[in-house]
Design a protein around this ligand. Structure first.
Ligand code: NAD
Length: 312
């Protein structure tokens, strides 16, 4: 079990999750946040989250809850956070100016071998790191939220990222119970959000064109496609739906192409269609003021699914 140090910058939703995941692998994690009150709240929240994970039998790694908790400390000083760390995970808000500012500060404080990893959901690695002396050590590790129950994580190097950074990042993420996937070229939205936005785009059009109601559209995902997708992707689905991929192409390629040609150009989600979707979701998921209740409902189901996938 390693006792190497990881620095986590930003102690919001994602910073807390990363801290717990790294601590579960035995790393010593030091969290820094520009708001000291946030780091204090983070430590308390982590204590509660670890207790809930233990209760549900979902603690990762082999350490006890207390050992994992003790692996995490906080600081009000950025230098203390990154000093002697071999891996730094930045989790500050999704703004290029903030990310660049934070990384410019870190750049001056670290040696040549440190791995500089960002949680960004959409900013390109080259855009964040272009001005850094250590840009060859920069990489993106974009988690799926909530990372404890959705372990896939997109790893996106820039063109100038050293190969050993990719390899070592994979090792750290795997040790922390995540499932890293290499994104070989930097493209907007990486892969997860490109797929997600393609789905949103088509669902929006189908509702706007009066083909299906928002509730029924969600039902098709939650009671149909989504059930398979919890266990396999579209390619394995296709493989199993025919006699392998070539047979799938023979049977369905023309139909797929014809239907894809009817999709139409991208549209901004807005106006009366968006209002109608909102009203439907209020009926389905409850009013916005009670949204926390429905989030807990979702998390309970994600926990049950995580258990099922672990035990199968
Ligand atoms: P958040 O708003 O919950 O947390 C951001 C934290 O950064 C706050 O605690 C804030 O005080 C702190 N901060 C702001 N400026 C700082 C600075 N200069 N130095 C140090 N700390 C600073 O945000 P989040 O949801 O945790 O998102 C963090 C990153 O992770 C973003 O890039 C986001 O796109 C990405 N991400 C988010 C999700 C998600 O679903 N929330 C999923 C994947 C990736």
């Amino acid at each position: 079990m390693s006792a190497k140090k990881i620095g986590v910058i930003g102690s919001g939703l994602i910073g807390r999750s990363f801290a717990m995941l790294f601590a579960s692998a035995g790393y010593k994690v030091v969290i820094f946040d520009i708001e000291p009150a946030q780091t204090r709240a983070a430590k308390e929240d982590i204590r509660e989250q670890l207790a809930s994970l233990e209760k549900n039998g979902l603690l990762k790694g082999s350490l006890s809850r207390q050992q994992q908790f003790d692996n995490i400390s906080t600081t009000e000083n950025l230098e203390e956070c990154v000093k002697n760390a071999f891996f730094i995970q930045e989790c500050v808000p999704e703004r290029l100016d903030i990310k660049r500012k934070v990384w410019a500060q870190v750049d001056k404080l670290v040696g040549d071998d440190v791995i500089l990893s960002s949680s960004t959901s959409a900013l390109l690695p080259s855009a964040i790191s272009e001005g850094l002396t250590h840009k060859n050590r920069f990489i993106i590790s974009h988690p799926t939220n909530p990372p404890f129950y959705c372990p896939a994580i997109e790893v996106v190097p820039a063109g100038w990222t050293d190969p050993d950074v990719i390899e070592k990042t994979f090792t750290v993420l795997k040790e922390s119970g995540l499932v890293p996937v290499l994104i070989k070229k930097e493209v907007p939205g990486f892969v997860l959000n490109r797929i997600q936005y393609a789905i949103i785009g088509e669902c929006y059009r189908l509702i706007k064109d009066g083909v299906v109601s928002p509730e029924d559209c969600d039902t098709i995902m939650s009671q149909g496609l989504g059930l398979r997708y919890a266990f396999m992707g579209p390619w394995e689905t296709g493989y199993l739906n025919a006699e392998g991929m070539l047979s799938y192409g023979e049977r369905y390629a023309d139909m797929i192409l014809d239907i894809q040609k009817s999709f139409g150009p991208p549209e901004r989600i807005e106006g009366p269609t968006l209002q109608a979707i909102h009203a439907s979701m209020e009926r389905l998921a409850g009013p916005v003021q009670d949204i926390q209740k429905r989030r807990q409902w979702r998390d309970k189901r994600l926990i049950a699914l995580a258990k099922l996938k672990r035990d199968l």
